[in-house]
Design a protein around this ligand. Structure first.
Ligand SMILES: O=C(O)CCC(=O)C(=O)O
Length: 289
């Protein structure tokens, strides 16, 4: 299957409305891809907290409307990055996943809020549940044949695939326990939209690979580019395979990053090098010495 990561420049000189329309156009240009991924808070910026209240929207707000239409026009699965979601008095950093018919199939509220005692950590509420979402990707033209439904995460008898996505957002990448829960829930392809600062780019690329190796899963890590609210963004979106190999890596600026992915590699890696099987769970706490 083909994945396209859209590393969007969140330029403060471009209005939210203009960027929404521009990005919807970029999604349409990815017709032929199977999964398109957008970064975290690409409409307003992951550090533009002064804009969050006025631009917050419900799950069926203007951003969802624009990108679901684009997903339908392009016929792609779309992980639309995240929006500032308003739910009553609360704001959440919420990711949205649309199927190729434009229907919202999953949403995920970022669990770990960044900023310590500032920014997102105080302005937003945190999610309280992990989210996985199965995808079904058709076989490329000419490879279709009669067959059974595919096992999760594996190639189907029709030549299609049904990877299970595990959803996480930016700062979540620092918390391996969340990824272990996603693995246990059946995920084999972690999708991580981000607005990660350039100052810690080394952590971003290292942690994306670490989560792939320890989860024996694909990691699709899609960051923003440019500078907003005075914070230069890391860019360097990556597609990492279950062995930790970087299949594709973007530069620092706005870019469309494409990679061909074989979802069946997840099951094969886990069978050939079955490290997840050797986990020792439920160890007692250390005794005081
Ligand atoms: O963990 C980091 O260094 C960056 C996290 C971040 O920028 C975010 O979650 O928005």
């Amino acid at each position: 299957m083909r994945a396209s990561l859209l590393q969007i420049d969140v330029d403060p000189g471009e209005s939210v409305e203009k960027r929404r329309a521009r990005v919807a156009g970029l999604v349409r240009e990815e017709a032929g891809s199977d999964l398109v991924v957008l970064p975290e808070l690409w409409t307003v910026g992951a550090f533009s907290e002064d804009l969050w209240q006025e631009t917050a929207e419900p799950l069926d707000g203007p951003t969802a409307a624009a990108v679901s239409e684009a997903a339908r026009d392009a016929g792609v699965w779309l992980h639309a990055g995240s929006i500032v979601e308003r739910d009553g008095a609360d704001l959440y950093n919420t990711s949205l996943l649309f199927s190729p018919d434009g229907v919202l199939r999953a949403s995920y509220r970022k669990i770990h809020r960044f900023g310590f005692d500032r920014g997102e950590a105080v302005a937003m509420s945190g999610g309280d549940r992990i989210v996985i979402a199965p995808l079904s990707v058709p076989a490329p033209a000419g490879e279709a044949g009669a067959g059974e439904a595919p096992a999760e995460g594996e190639a189907s008898a029709e030549g299609g695939a049904s990877p299970v996505l595990g959803l996480a957002t930016c700062y979540d990448l620092r918390f391996p326990e969340q990824f272990r829960l996603l693995v246990d829930a059946g995920a084999g392809m972690m999708v991580v939209p981000a607005g990660w600062p350039a100052r810690r780019r080394g952590h971003w690329t290292l942690l994306a690979r670490a989560r792939a190796v320890e989860s024996q899963a694909y990691v699709l890590a899609c960051c923003t580019a440019g500078t907003h609210a005075g914070i230069e963004q890391a860019g360097h979106s990556m597609v990492v395979d279950p062995w930790g190999e970087v299949l594709a890596e973007a530069g620092a600026g706005e870019q469309v990053l494409r990679a061909d992915i074989d979802p069946s590699l997840v099951a094969r890696t886990r069978a050939d090098f079955p490290v997840l099987r050797d986990r020792v769970l439920g160890l007692p706490a250390p005794r005081p010495s």
